[in-house]
Design a protein around this ligand. Structure first.
Ligand SMILES: NC(=O)c1ccc[n+]([C@@H]2O[C@H](COP(=O)([O-])OP(=O)(O)OC[C@H]3O[C@@H](n4cnc5c(N)ncnc54)[C@H](O)[C@@H]3O)[C@@H](O)[C@H]2O)c1
Length: 304
């Protein structure tokens, strides 16, 4: 047990299993009192079961820590608010929220239904908003706090998870907006893109060269929640953690520009754009080409 989070109160969504559970256990081991939220659903979001959150609370208590369970659905405003309200009613403050809850409903875009799109976006993107919304109001008053969202390398795009990818891209923009909007109140916001062995990643069809355990992700999250990270002014960042690797993602920025005196016409764009502005090659598309080549040759693609 360390004391990176001594005296702090941290709420973790999706904390009943996988990465969220590891984050909750690690935060408690580092001295935080923890709100353990989990709706206890299957990977596709079905069949809620309240005891999943309670089981992690028992694990934390057995290890000598302090925790309280909230089994609500964080894709509702009431669920997000309850996570924050329980932190305040149980422990009197809220120093950090970590929005880990997530589900998958995989389908090619041309076959995806509204029932596959809406719950995925609601769990990831709205489920981060509901908790950030309620927590940021408290943190603004406290003049301190840390918001952490969970994204994915798939925010770059995905063949068969357009719903998930769009939600994960949205979470990055939400985190950056929180970093900007709450900066003057001393609140930081960052995103984590993990690669870890859980029931969710077990379904990934390709071999992953860089993958670790939920505990690796938990260590990074604990650091981001700590005063050590706050003192470094870390905010508005996206970090990948994949086993032995931690990486920071670039901030989006314009790559190349061209200007036309007198305004653009379609003809001038057709003449200028390919040579002067061009394209920025898409790494995920390169990877897809490799996989298609490997499939055509009947071999396994190289690990990612
Ligand atoms: N495992 C990976 O390699 C990986 C890669 C990229 C991103 N992620 C992201 O990390 C996060 C955690 O993933 P994991 O692999 O631990 O998944 P997991 O399936 O093991 O755990 C997710 C937890 O979220 C809970 N949950 C789902 N919907 C909820 C809701 N509406 N309210 C409250 N709780 C809810 C589930 O009950 C489950 O316990 C997710 O956001 C996921 O998208 C994981």
């Amino acid at each position: 047990m360390g004391n990176f989070l001594a005296g702090k109160v941290v709420a973790v969504t999706g904390a009943g299993r996988g990465i969220g559970r590891a984050v909750a256990l690690a935060a408690a081991a580092e001295g935080a009192r923890v709100v353990v939220n989990d709706y206890g659903v299957a990977v596709d979001g079905a069949s809620p079961a309240g005891e999943v959150a309670e089981a992690v609370v028992k694990e934390i208590e057995a290890a000598g820590g302090h925790a309280v369970a909230v089994a609500d659905d964080i894709s509702t405003m009431a669920g997000g608010q309850r996570v924050v309200d329980v932190a305040l009613s149980s422990y009197g403050r809220l120093d950090g929220v970590v929005c880990v809850a997530g589900i998958l409903r995989e389908r090619m875009l041309f076959n995806m239904t509204e029932e596959e799109w809406d719950p995925v976006v609601a769990t990831h993107l709205k489920g981060t908003f509901t908790v950030f919304r309620a927590a940021s109001a408290v943190m603004r008053r406290q003049r301190a706090g840390t918001l952490i969202g969970f994204t994915s390398g798939n925010h770059q795009g995905s063949v068969s998870q357009a719903n998930y990818s769009a939600a994960k891209g949205g979470i990055i923009s939400l985190v950056r907006s929180a970093a900007l909007g709450l900066h003057k109140y001393g609140v930081t916001a960052n995103a984590v893109a993990p690669v870890a062995r859980t029931r969710m990643s077990a379904g990934v069809p390709t071999e992953l060269a860089e993958i670790g355990e939920p505990e690796d992700v938990a260590a990074l999250v604990v650091y981001l929640l700590s005063d050590a990270a706050r003192e470094q002014g870390i905010t508005g960042q996206v970090y990948t953690v994949a086993g032995a690797k931690i990486a920071v993602w670039a901030q989006p920025r314009e790559l190349r520009a061209a200007y036309a005196a007198g305004g653009w016409t379609v003809e001038r764009i057709a003449e200028f754009l390919p040579g002067s502005v061009g394209v920025d090659p898409m790494p995920m598309l390169e990877r897809l080409r490799e996989m298609e080549e490997a499939a055509a040759e009947g071999r396994r693609p190289n690990a990612q």
